[in-house]
Design a binder for this molecule. Structure first.
Ligand code: ACM
Length: 540
């Protein structure tokens, strides 16, 4: 049985009951009302495995966990009542019910996060009432599976980790200069050629080290269907990102005609093996547009999400400046410059997606040279892009690199593995505020949520991803879910006390987090150069 106050993210209201507890045992049934089937399945599969209890379907009323829906609890809200006679869990909708089940698992104690029961454990829930609902509708994690591929099993595991933290959007960064990770049937070379590289820079750009072995992998379309269905079962939406017109060298290596063939021998390009922003960007031709429409047609078949991410970040304009083809297009469209050419490119896909009932989301560069109509923005270069977008009436997901880029080092110490970026400690993330004070309450309604971004240049395997992501994702989960005071008034000491229990949950889940005392010997990467940025992050 867990301490009542240990739940992460912190619920809105917790009232202890009259005392006592409810004990789950072999006879405990799950009573599943209409619309509650997914949560019933999850309880039986996950909590059933951890406890070894059947949690069989039943009709109640005694010795049961009774699941129901009650629209009055609002979107994603839930109410959990534990009494010595039984448990009642009601969701404002099926998602809220599922989040309530996550709270229930936390209350059972850390061993409820294992995959099989430990002998002699008892599964007691403290008598309690919890009433809860999230602050934001978009509580995201961006996983970069392009720089280093994460095999399908790892993605499914991350969906489970997200669910345990009540996060509900996986932003799936599927393509970049260093790899193309999704099968596209009509363009097979995207994965035949684009999904692997022959060697990889080990460390940040300045590092002289190479990992001299091939790296690669991709998801088949059936893998993607499985990932999307697994996420949906956990009330998580997968938002795919196909990055255009920059970050496209892997695609150009596969299909050289996508690049600026009049200024560079694109036939000689390979999938990029080092880090940074490649100058090799897509050519603004009709051929490129038709090619990517074909890509997006298959993407839309696979991903039911309302939002489709088209990247739009960090597109160097040098090749377009030198390309007669690009310049002719600028003239033909009567555009002012290359920035407007990028806007034209983005707006093409904005319209194309809108015609198919979807919405475009892109990195905040899509604001430059004219904001695409109806588009939403991932504000990453600080708050400014998000503020401008919200003021222009566009929805925003706040993910400023100064605050929630989890690739950035989490301590200033010498032992941090391949340290890059600003120091962002667990406390810094806990004090992150997604809604900037500059916005009026009306404008702030456009901040539909927030996400933490995990870029994997210096994370060569799952353990490295775990180390960078945890424990900070737990703090981020609380920021995105809970109603917290202003950053300066947040009680980090209390959060840290609750983390003591949460580390035990992460241990049971097998997460290779950064321990509070610093990296374990095998978590260090002595001699591998990073690129730390000193001083406090600029408050852009
Ligand atoms: C980004 O970090 N380039 C979105």
């Amino acid at each position: 049985m867990s301490d009542l106050s240990d739940v992460i993210p912190q619920p809105r209201r917790t009232t202890s009951g009259a005392g006592g507890f409810f004990e789950l045992g072999p006879a405990t049934e799950v009573v599943a009302g209409d619309g509650t089937e997914r949560t019933a399945r999850w309880l039986r599969a996950e909590v059933g495995a951890a406890t070894g209890l059947p949690l069989a379907p039943g009709t109640g009323p005694g010795d049961a966990v009774t699941l129901s829906l009650d629209g009055a609890l609002g979107p994603e809200g839930y109410r959990l009542d534990v009494e010595p006679t039984g448990v009642r869990l009601a969701g404002g909708d099926p998602a809220g019910l599922f989040w309530g089940a996550q709270t229930l698992r936390q209350l059972l104690g850390p061993d409820a996060f294992r995959r099989a029961p430990l002998p002699g454990r008892r599964w007691r829930l403290p008598a309690i009432r919890i009433e809860d609902a999230p602050r934001f509708g978009w509580r995201g994690l961006m996983l970069d599976v392009a720089r280093h591929f994460m095999p399908k099993e790892g993605v499914l595991r991350y969906l489970d980790l997200m669910a345990a933290h009540k996060l509900n959007v996986l932003h799936f960064h599927l393509t970049d200069d260093q790899g193309w990770r999704i099968e596209i049937r009509r363009h097979p070379r995207l994965t035949e050629v684009g999904s692997w590289r022959s060697r990889t820079k080990f460390g940040h750009r300045a590092s002289p080290l190479w990992e001299d072995k091939p790296h690669g992998g991709h998801y088949t379309q059936d893998d993607i269907r499985e990932i999307v269905a697994y996420a949906a079962e956990r009330h998580i939406t997968v938002v795919p990102e196909i990055d255009v017109p920059g970050h496209s060298q892997a695609a150009i290596a596969a299909y050289p005609e996508l690049g600026n063939t009049d200024v560079v021998d694109t036939g000689a390009l390979s999938v990029w093996d080092t880090w940074g922003v490649s100058p090799n960007v897509l050519a603004p031709t009709d051929h490129t547009l038709r090619f990517y429409e074909g890509v997006f047609e298959e993407v839309l078949e696979l991903f039911p999400s309302e939002f489709i991410h088209i990247g739009g970040d960090e597109c160097p304009k040098e090749q377009w400046r030198r390309s007669a083809t690009a310049q002719a297009r600028i003239e033909e469209l009567a555009l002012a410059d290359e920035e407007e050419l990028q806007s034209w490119f983005i707006q093409h896909f904005d319209t194309w997606l809108a015609e198919r009932g979807r919405r475009l989301i892109g990195w905040d560069e899509i604001l430059e040279g004219g904001l695409a109509k109806g588009a939403a923005v991932s504000s990453w270069r600080g708050y400014a892009g998000g503020i401008a977008a919200a003021r222009a009436g566009h929805d925003v997901v706040m993910c400023p690199e100064q605050q929630v880029y989890l690739d950035h080092r989490q301590h200033a110490g010498e032992d941090e593995p391949v340290p890059i970026g600003f120091v962002r400690t667990l406390e810094d993330v806990y004090r992150f505020e997604p809604v900037p004070a500059e916005l009026t309450s009306h404008e702030a309604e456009h901040v539909i949520g927030t996400q933490a971004n995990v870029w994997t240049e210096v994370m060569e395997n799952q353990q490295r991803v775990d180390y960078q992501t945890f424990p900070r994702l737990a703090a981020f989960a609380e920021v995105s879910w809970s109603t917290l005071p202003a950053p300066g008034e947040r009680d980090f000491d209390a959060f840290e006390r609750r983390m003591a229990a949460h580390y035990r949950r992460l241990d049971a889940l097998g997460v290779a987090y950064r321990p509070p005392g610093g990296p374990l010997p095998w978590q260090r990467r002595p001699g591998v150069l990073g690129r730390p940025i000193d001083g406090p992050p600029p408050n852009k």
